[in-house]
Design a protein around this ligand. Structure first.
Ligand code: NAD
Length: 367
């Protein structure tokens, strides 16, 4: 059964990790390492069944392959899950045991933070392996990726404006931003900085108040965000908000936000294209966070990070070109761009150095 699943999703390697002493049950999935070591976050979640955990790690690691490939990074796709309740089951031993498993892969998999995990947990993982990103800034880590993700989203937005309106004048258009958390609020700030009209909504009224008071956005009710006459709909909260029920209500010409998995299904993606709305594929637009942590591998530098975020503009441009070239919706064009890159690099039959990545920018205690 397991081989059937991983053959279907074309995974290279799936590692089941257990330690009774540390109360660890984890799965590490390396989906594809053609472009480089498989980087992807560690998620801790009280999965109801082991099958749920396996399915989640397979789905998420495959997504990372596509994201890294489109972002132009020399990274493959991987992910890890720990089966457990982040509120109750965390311990130093748990994360150090996990770290030893990561280390045993000698750089084939590089871990990072994901749902249920914070920088303190990563500190423990880091005691056992250097194949970790998202460590504390005192160790040469990159810190909170959200501002970079927001900045990268604006780069993607400019590429989308260019295709739709023939200019990149962010301030001349209006935006409906759903979710003003870490990324959404910064996105609002960047839009308002250019004088754009911005509507916002969030379940957290404090965040809404900040968007209104500090940045001059206009607040609307949760459900009203789909009805405002915005040129751009920017999902920055949950996935699946572009759906058969919301799509007919949207008046926008562009969908460009930071949330993951914005389309509720592929059919919706097809319908978005039929309606003449330009969809900036989520995983290409929100790659700023991944790009930022990837720079920890050979020495983190904020200036390099900002420069790298700007490549999102060109990546989106390529996706829109492929969409036009092949007559396919943009969400499919993004996948095609990733597959074309992986296949073309995978075909090179020349030897590589084959060494594990070296973390040159790290400062480790007493060395
Ligand atoms: N943080 C990053 O660097 C990063 C990178 C890539 C992708 N993303 C994605 O971007 C999205 C936002 O990430 P974040 O780090 O800002 O998370 P966050 O938790 O800080 O912000 C999400 C916000 O959405 C709000 N929200 C939740 N449900 C809502 C609803 N039904 N309607 C309106 N608002 C709602 C929350 O109250 C919160 O303020 C997520 O989908 C995340 O996966 C984030």
């Amino acid at each position: 059964m397991i081989f059937e699943s991983i053959a279907q999703t074309e995974h290279e390697q799936v590692v089941f990790c257990q330690s009774k002493d540390a109360n660890l049950k984890a799965i590490i999935a390396v989906h594809n390492s053609v472009l480089g070591p498989a980087l992807g976050g560690l998620r801790m979640w009280p999965y109801k069944t082991e099958t749920d955990a396996l399915n989640d790690v397979l789905r998420l690691s495959r997504g990372m392959t596509y994201k890294a490939a489109v972002a132009g990074l020399n990274l493959g796709g991987g992910k890890a899950v720990i089966i457990g309740d982040p509120a109750k089951d965390k311990s130093e031993a748990l994360f150090r045991a996990f770290g030893r498993f990561v280390n045993s892969l000698n750089g084939r998999y590089i871990t990072a933070e994901d749902v249920g995990i914070d920088v303190n947990d990563m500190e423990y993982v880091f005691r056992e392996t250097e194949f970790v990103t998202g460590v504390h800034q005192v160790h040469g880590g990159s810190g909170d990726p959200s501002p970079f993700t927001a900045y990268g989203t604006v780069q993607g937005l400019m590429a989308a404006l260019n295709v739709t309106y023939g200019n990149e004048d962010v301030g001349s258009y209006s935006y409906a931003v759903q979710g003003v958390g870490h990324v959404g609020l910064e996105y609002v700030r960047l839009l308002r900085e250019q004088g754009a009209k911005v509507w916002v909504t969030d379940i957290n009224q404090e965040s809404v108040a900040r968007a209104v008071d500090e940045y001059g956005a206009e607040a609307v009710d949760l459900d009203e965000i789909y009805d405002v006459p915005a040129d751009v709909y920017a999902p920055c909260a949950l996935g699946g908000t572009v759906s058969p029920t919301t799509l007919p209500r949207l008046k926008c010409k562009i969908i460009c936000g930071a949330a993951n998995n914005q389309l509720s299904s592929d059919d919706v993606g097809d319908e978005v294209a039929k309606r003449g709305i330009l969809y900036a594929p989520d995983y290409a637009v929100n790659a700023g966070g991944l790009m930022n942590v990837s720079l920890e591998i050979d020495g983190y530098n904020r200036e390099r990070a900002m420069r790298m975020m700007r490549t999102i503009y060109y990546n989106l441009g390529k996706i829109f070109q492929i969409s036009k070239r092949d007559g396919i919706p943009t969400y499919k064009a993004a996948d095609r761009m990733a597959e074309e890159r992986i296949n073309s690099i995978g075909r090179i039959k020349l030897p590589t150095m084959g060494t594990a990545p070296r973390f040159l920018g790290r400062m480790r205690g007493n060395g």
